[in-house]
Design a protein around this ligand. Structure first.
Ligand code: TUI
Length: 310
């Protein structure tokens, strides 16, 4: 299943690994790239030298293409934007904002720019400013999310822009992948399924939470702040709900959320930590290598798509 995205990026399979902040490091991204997908190192809100190290480590593990995601709310976004040029990265995805001001610099370094977008209007704006493709991310995804579902968002963006579209949010197996292709996507981006990969180095408590999650176990917190975030329900999500109820000042959300993702990922604090995961967590029930995940996805999706074309 070679698509226009495979050709554009020089990858074997049309599967991106979602750039999960504090989670998508050299170990995970290199394993996905080595298996033929596109591994993406997440910049998140980490200092730039930490991410530069991850990029260098990943390049020691694999010579295949590796992407970097720049989270545009990060205080280090400007430095991160320069770092990808210095390190010879050829694919950049962006999240939580518009990367227009970096576009000329990235183009001059022959970098393919693929913003993640939650709506048609933002997708069009990204393409006007020079995006090579867009990731259409539905609200089923984990982390910072928009309002629209993948089912609704992907076909509308496919119709609205003339660049390849990568579908994200709620895709965790070959059925979801095949469905995304039916909606017109040229690739998929998958985050949550990779949380339980052997090469994913998050705390074992985090993996257990994902493995045990049921269908209604995620919730979107902080809608009032303008930065809604999907996490697995826990004490922290209930505290956020209390702030909603009390119409608390918005800086209280910030205080509660500060450092919470790192607490979950690194310390395994499942009460006060922010356990970001998509709705698909309920369907993740085993630990596997990235290679096995990708083979399973491709086999299932190919079988379904072949059946539908007969
Ligand atoms: O970025 C994500 N997901 C994320 S980022 C993250 S880390 C974080 N840290 C602190 C605060 C918030 C998050 C965890 N998960 N997904 C991609 C995404 N991008 N979803 C939505 C958007 C988006 C939203 C608005 C992209 C562009 C946009 O443009 C607004 C504008 O008008 O510029």
């Amino acid at each position: 299943m070679k698509t226009i995205i495979c050709e554009m990026l020089g990858i074997e399979y049309p599967i991106f690994q979602g750039a999960m902040a504090w989670i998508a490091n050299a170990s995970l991204a290199a394993a996905v790239s080595q298996a033929g997908g596109l591994g993406i190192i997440a910049g998140g809100t980490a200092p730039v030298e930490l991410i530069r190290d991850e990029v260098r480590k990943a390049k020691e593990i694999t010579s295949k293409p590796i992407g970097v995601n720049i989270m545009l709310l990060s205080p280090y976004a400007d430095e991160m934007a320069k770092m990808v040029c210095e390190e010879g990265i050829k694919v950049v995805t962006t999240g939580a904002g518009t990367p227009g001001k970096y576009m000329d610099m990235w183009k001059a370094h022959d970098i393919k720019v693929i913003p993640v977008v939650p709506s048609v209007a933002i997708a069009k704006r990204m393409v006007r400013s020079g995006a090579d493709a867009v990731v259409a991310e539905g609200t089923e995804a984990g982390g910072h999310v928009g309002e629209l579902t993948t089912m609704v968002l992907v076909p509308q963006i496919v119709d609205a822009v003339d660049v390849p579209v990568i579908a994200a949010g709620g895709i965790g197996d070959g059925r979801g992948m095949a469905a995304a292709f039916m909606l017109g996507a040229d690739a998929v981006q998958i985050g949550t399924r990779f949380l339980t990969a052997y090469e994913c180095t998050i705390h074992k408590n985090y993996k257990k939470k994902v493995l045990n999650a049921k269908d209604i176990d995620t919730v979107v917190t902080g809608r009032r702040t303008g930065h809604p975030v999907r996490i697995i329900k826990n004490k922290l999500s209930r505290r956020f709900a209390e702030l909603d109820q009390a119409l608390a000042p918005l800086d209280e959300y910030e205080k509660l959320g500060a450092g919470a993702l790192a607490r979950a990922v690194l310390e395994g604090d499942m009460d006060r930590g922010s356990i970001m995961a998509g709705q698909i967590a309920a369907m993740v029930d085993k630990e596997q290598s990235c290679k096995d995940i990708i083979i399973e996805l491709m086999t299932e999706a190919n079988t379904l798509l072949n059946k539908s074309s007969n």
